[in-house]
Ligand binder design. Structure first.
Ligand code: DP6
Length: 318
């Protein structure tokens, strides 16, 4: 065991979405998903050996008893003895507002624990553990464009563009009303279009790779925007209805779509388990989009694609 290790991991935004587990224990998805790791809103995890015999978990500077059991259970994949272990996790973005903070959080925790407890698990093994913390966290282990396959494995994809930026517009940074784990289980059981969604996801993942490799951003954008909207339709057709997008989210989606149709700029949207809207476009459009959004009362924060993935940034020996 080391005396202190600090690790970081990026958030990731899925362009082809994961929404449903075919194995809830092993966390194997019903469908492949594809994401971009982003260089804003990372998580940083510090694990320290303390002199007391307690296990302690701090989230954003405050001791967190609510999540402590889940963190402990996760760390048991690395060690049975967690006495005298202190975990501090910091997110630089809003936690649990659909901004993938649990994804970056569990990826950072996995990579840091692997070094702290000196397990030396390879990426494949680390990935099988990471997804048990949160499915989408598996994709935050790697930089750039990442695919989580429907057999549960992880693949690094090429990303041939060097001028794509992702804008995040925060509609609300409040904690979501229904967490993704519970919501997707409800969708699997009750959504009227769940089977269609699985079938479409496989087609979308294949087409995504096809358009990406052809560097056809227009077809790629149309595809991933439709994929996100279909996931929200799956949610809205669940029983009880799961409504993540608000009227303000839909207004912003329409603003982007209409500007695109009028030829003002080419940008596409994607949304996760929360009301926030992410805008994907080429670098040359970001000033025009920012001005338009601000004039309509929306904020936007532009991100680049993360090039580092999950990694250790500090360690000291006992
Ligand atoms: C909408 O990874 O948060 O962001 O595996 O239950 O922790 P659990 O769910 P989570 O779900 C993320 C769903 C999504 C789409 C995506 O990231 O692919």
């Amino acid at each position: 065991m080391k005396s202190k290790v600090i690790g970081r991991a990026p958030i990731n935004i899925a362009l082809i979405k994961y929404w449903g587990k075919k194995d809830e224990i092993e966390v194997i998805p019903f469908q492949p998903s594809i994401s971009l790791s982003l260089d804003v809103f990372e998580s940083e995890t510090t694990i320290t050996k303390t002199k007391n015999d307690k296990f302690e978990f701090f989230l954003n500077g405050k001791e967190n008893f609510e999540e402590s059991q889940k963190i402990k259970k996760f760390l048991n994949y690395f060690s049975d003895d967690l006495n005298g272990v202190k975990v501090e996790s910091k997110n630089t973005g809003p936690t649990a507002a659909g901004l993938a903070s649990s994804a970056s959080g569990f990826a950072a925790l996995a990579i840091t624990a692997n070094r702290f407890f000196e397990k030396k698990f390879n990426l494949e093994k680390l990935a099988t553990i990471t997804r048990k913390g949160s499915g989408s966290a598996i994709r935050s282990l790697l930089p750039g464009c990442v695919k989580w396959n429907s057999d549960g494995s992880l693949s690094k994809l090429t990303w041939p563009f060097n001028d794509i930026r992702v804008g995040i517009s925060i509609i609300s940074d409040k904690k979501k009303q229904i967490g993704s784990t519970k919501a997707m289980a409800t969708s699997v059981k009750t959504s009227k279009i769940y089977n269609d969604w699985i079938n479409q996801s496989f087609i979308d993942a294949e087409l995504f790779e096809f358009y990406k490799n052809k560097k056809d951003f227009s077809s790629l954008g149309e595809l991933f925007e439709k994929n996100a909207l279909l996931m929200h339709k799956v949610c809205e057709l669940s029983n009880p209805k799961i409504q993540y997008l608000t009227s303000k989210s839909y207004e912003l989606i329409r603003l982007i779509q209409n500007s695109r149709k009028k030829g003002i700029f080419e940008a596409f949207v994607t949304m996760d388990a929360g009301p926030n809207v992410k805008i994907i476009t080429k670098e040359k459009n970001i000033n025009t989009i920012s001005e338009l959004l601000i004039s309509k009362g929306y904020n936007v924060l532009w991100s680049n694609i993360d090039t580092e993935g999950a990694k250790i940034i500090y360690e000291s020996e006992s």
